[in-house]
Design a protein around this ligand. Structure first.
Ligand code: OKP
Ligand code: ZN
Length: 344
């Protein structure tokens, strides 16, 4: 399968990330994409191509135009106010507050974000739009008849909602791929999100849509980020009723004691939905050695994930999300993709 990659990802390179009350070097760092690129090249997964720029029109299907304008200008407003250091929010319009956009950059950061662990840097807009371009171009290849494509996106996207950033995500790359597939003639699209964290952004973007199924396997939000979405009783609304399926699993879950069954159930839902194409939010932070996660998958288990998805025999767009154990990141991603190709 073809691989779409942009080296512009490296412009998202934060100085520090707020984790557990302390500043640490960011785990979401350029080396991640470089390791994955080296591994897929080495494994001969397919040819590597640069993307064409995503159309603003497609970004505006996924995101609020005011949010996009904010993201594009946030860095300039931040350095004018505070100088050259990562921009982080510190106040939010939570319960009891009025949802109104302030004019100061600190107010805007809080209005458009849901966590303090996602630095906006000088290059964030450039990197985030490059990742969206990767997803857009990859999906268009599938529209053009390719059976599958790997979009090597960075920064990730599945936490980004219509007008919210957080969880290292700014633009929802998977949602961009969905919109390209729908525009290209797919009547129905299923998103399968196997990242360790619930894809709260993708879920909310499609929550009222009957033509897009969102199925996600992730850490139980009672225990882990993003905490406030990803529960079993979130099943969709309006035309999207029954087109959302969450499979939360407890800390410590491995392949045989929960993951395999959840994957089978999620893929069963996809089959029943009978989509024309699939978008996979591919995170490998379910790995045993991941520094911020608590599942217990081993590298071989990623072959089984790929085989399960390949067994659907549907045109598939893989969109890279999380995975922070950099030494194993390459092999884990390669295993998903080669398992898929073997089963397709
Ligand atoms: C992005 B993706 C660790 C805090 C981490 C944010 C996690 C974002 C994950 N205690 N907070 O889904 O891999
Ligand atoms: Zn994740």
């Amino acid at each position: 399968m073809h691989i779409i990659y942009s080296e512009d990802h490296r412009h998202q390179d934060g100085t520090a990330e707020l984790i557990d009350g302390q500043f640490h070097p960011p785990v979401e760092k350029p080396e991640r994409a470089e390791r994955i690129l080296a591994a897929v090249r080495e494994a001969g997964i397919g040819g590597i191509q640069a993307p064409d720029a995503v159309e603003r029109r497609i970004l505006e299907k996924v995101h609020d135009p005011g949010y996009l304008q904010f993201l594009e200008k946030a860095w300039d407003e931040w350095i004018a106010a505070h100088g050259d250091w990562d921009a982080l929010p510190i106040d939010w319009p939570t319960r009891t507050f009025v949802q109104r956009l302030p004019e100061a950059i600190d107010g805007k950061l809080g209005y458009y974000s849901f966590d303090a662990g996602t630095p906006i840097t000088r290059g964030t807009w450039k990197a985030a739009t490059a990742a969206a371009s990767v997803a857009s171009s990859g999906a268009r290849k599938v529209v053009g008849g390719e059976h599958a494509v790997f979009c090597l996106c960075r920064p990730p996207g599945h936490h980004a909602a219509r007008d919210l950033y957080g969880g290292y995500c700014f633009l929802n790359n998977a949602a961009v791929a969905v919109e390209e597939l729908l525009e290209g003639g797919s009547g129905r699209v299923a998103v399968v999100d196997v990242d360790y964290h619930h894809g709260n952004g993708t879920q909310t973007i499609f929550y009222r849509r009957g033509d897009v199924l969102f199925a996600s396997i992730h850490a139980d939000p009672r225990q882990d980020f993003p905490f406030f979405l990803g529960y079993v009783d979130e099943t969709g609304e309006g035309e999207g009723a029954d087109a959302n399926a969450n499979y939360p699993l407890r800390w410590g879950t491995g392949w045989t004691d929960g993951y395999d069954d959840a994957l089978g159930a999620a893929l069963g839902r996809v089959r029943d939905f009978a989509p024309d194409a699939v978008v996979v939010s591919l995170g490998t932070d379910t790995f045993d050695g991941d520094p911020i996660s608590r599942f217990k998958l081993r590298s071989d288990d990623y072959l089984r994930i790929g085989e399960g998805i390949g067994g659907l025999r549907l045109p598939t767009v893989f969109v890279m999300e999380g995975g922070y154990a950099v030494d194993a990141l390459g092999v884990n991603v390669v295993n998903v993709l080669s398992g898929f190709e073997d089963a397709y």
